[in-house]
Design a protein around this ligand. Structure first.
Ligand code: SAH
Length: 376
């Protein structure tokens, strides 16, 4: 459960911290605001909230339907076979939330005892609160599970990586085209303190400093366009590249976002399944940005990875056998459970729900060929 919304005149502790930081050091980047709003060690959203499900602020695919984790589990078993069924390998999950996806994956893998004998699970999670949930969920997992805050410390070995709705939490910088049609001029969007209002609060402003066109932005930029840059995502993809250089492996990234780099302000805050003003009450709402799959794919190729996709979640899950799995489950389910299964599957693939906004990207070490679910 989340805490009640404070009154407007009652800033959150994080708002007070950010206000005094800005007053003493000047405005901060949007990325720094986002990093603290989500991950401040004491007051960050993920440190203090249980965000998932009907009672939380938003719902993710593994929380919607067990079929999601089962299909990903089957994909991972195939990937393990494709890398030669190593007798010891890492299965790394980035940002595992409640641990539901990993629980569904490990249940599915019971059909391959050798996979379960070989697996070393690593959960990359910064929030103590989410870790606690994950530990409860996986307490009966009969495989070694280790928690870490970043991938860096995990021993190198053949590796499979899964990240669902993780990259959208990584902080983005925003650059605004403030020139005219003849001359491009870029300024960074910053967060400052609202001095004109007696209630204070945070507000957006632009950097005095001018920037070059941000790396990766299409050359078609027009005045007022905003381009988002996620440096943390590039860093993580490079770390994936380092891990998959000497050892075989695949990484599967699932998230909402755009297939190609483009312009737009995609930053959004959500609380209690509703949009929330971005800068209001930091720490109480989830703050995310759409994932730029074009930028991820470029970073993957820079890191000498083979990149497949992005593919639409609907096509990916359908190709992995969503309908067949659903039919099997429905055979033994009562009317009410069957209806839940059908509506969950629909949410995963329907174009008005998660089917087209959500995309899937695979990055692999060389020589493995096209993975299931992607175009040959
Ligand atoms: N994958 C889950 C949860 C997605 S929410 C699901 O599909 O349900 C994002 C998760 O990433 C949360 O567990 C959050 O605590 C974690 N997280 C956010 N930023 C992180 C970071 N920089 N490093 C590691 N984990 C992070």
């Amino acid at each position: 459960m989340t805490d009640p919304v404070p009154k407007p005149d009652n800033p959150t502790p994080l708002e007070e911290i950010l206000t005094s930081l800005i007053e003493s050091h000047g405005p901060i980047r949007v990325a720094d605001f986002m990093a603290d709003a989500l991950g401040h060690p004491q007051y960050g959203y993920y440190m203090t909230n249980s965000p998932f499900g009907e009672k939380g602020d938003f719902t993710t695919a593994p929380e919607i339907s067990q079929v999601f984790g089962e299909l990903i589990g089957a994909w991972l078993i195939t990937a393990w076979e494709e890398i030669g069924a190593p007798s010891l390998f890492n299965l790394i999950e980035l940002g595992p939330g409640r641990g539901t996806l990993m629980d569904d994956i490990l249940r599915t893998a019971r059909v391959r005892p050798k996979f379960l004998k070989a697996v070393r699970v690593y959960m990359i999670e910064t929030s103590g609160r989410q870790r606690y949930e994950q530990q409860k969920k996986l307490q009966d997992a009969k495989v070694p599970v280790t928690w870490a805050t970043e991938m860096h410390d995990i021993p190198l070995a053949p590796t499979l990586i899964i990240a669902n709705e993780f990259f959208d939490c990584l902080p983005v910088r925003q650059f605004v085209h403030t020139g005219d049609k003849d001359k491009a001029c870029w300024q960074e969007r910053l967060v400052g303190v609202n001095k004109s209002s007696k209630d204070g609060g945070l507000r957006f402003l632009l950097s005095e400093e001018l920037h070059e066109i941000p790396a990766g932005a299409p050359a078609t930029a027009k005045p007022k366009d905003i381009f988002e840059v996620c440096e943390a995502a590039t860093g993580i993809v490079h770390e994936i590249g380092r891990r998959l250089q000497d050892y075989k492996g695949r990484a599967l990234i699932i998230d909402y976002g755009h297939g190609r780099s483009g312009f737009g302000d995609t930053l959004q805050a959500v609380r209690d399944h509703q949009y929330w003003p971005l800068l209001a009450k930091p720490g109480l709402a989830d703050v995310t940005a759409h994932v730029d799959f074009g930028a991820l794919a470029r970073a993957g190729r820079d890191a000498e990875l083979m990149v497949y996709g992005p593919e639409l979640q609907s096509r990916f899950l359908t190709r992995l056998g969503l309908e067949q799995r659903l039919a099997t489950l429905i055979k033994t389910a009562d009317e009410q459970v069957s209806e839940q299964l059908r509506s969950g599957a629909r949410r995963l693939v329907h174009p008005d729900e998660m089917g087209t906004l959500f995309k899937v990207l695979c990055m692999s070490s060389a020589g493995l060929g096209t993975p299931p679910g992607f175009d040959k």
